[in-house]
Ligand binder design. Sequence first.
Ligand SMILES: [Zn+2]
Length: 164
Amino acid sequence: MKSESEDITDEDITENIKESIQGTEIDFEPDDSEILKLNTVRKTLYKLYSEKLAQFRRIRDKSTGWFIYYWWHEFDLIEEILQEKKSLIEGKLRDRLQFEQNNYFFICKNCQESIIKYNFDEAFELNFRCPNCGSPLEAQDNQDIIIFLRNRIALVQNVKISID
Ligand SMILES: [Zn+2]
């Protein structure tokens, strides 16, 4: 996809940035005499790497025995990555919605101090009657959560991801 000549070491990236901001007010290290540290660039590169927006290959320097890292960006993947994240969030919300819809509990409002919750199967077994006092078991209201989750899902679905 990219020719190897386009790969660049973290040291060269640092030097290039320093050169391009020379004579400007830009200072990436306000607490330090340097305007940009190699370490800051490395940290940023690893952050991009962990988000799959940068890649590297490393080569051992035969004279020093140290690794040299050659980096390149994968910014053309950004749309795909964001789409992936969007699906992931939507999936989690849907799972939670399903959980809320399938797992509502039944309680006896007459003996609430007992705080016994019955799931649907248990309530069904009990004929929806409290085994303690015989009052009807009522579904505990989780409509608010369900509505909240539905709104969230609609919101996520409406997010348009396109980078032009
Ligand atoms: Zn009861």
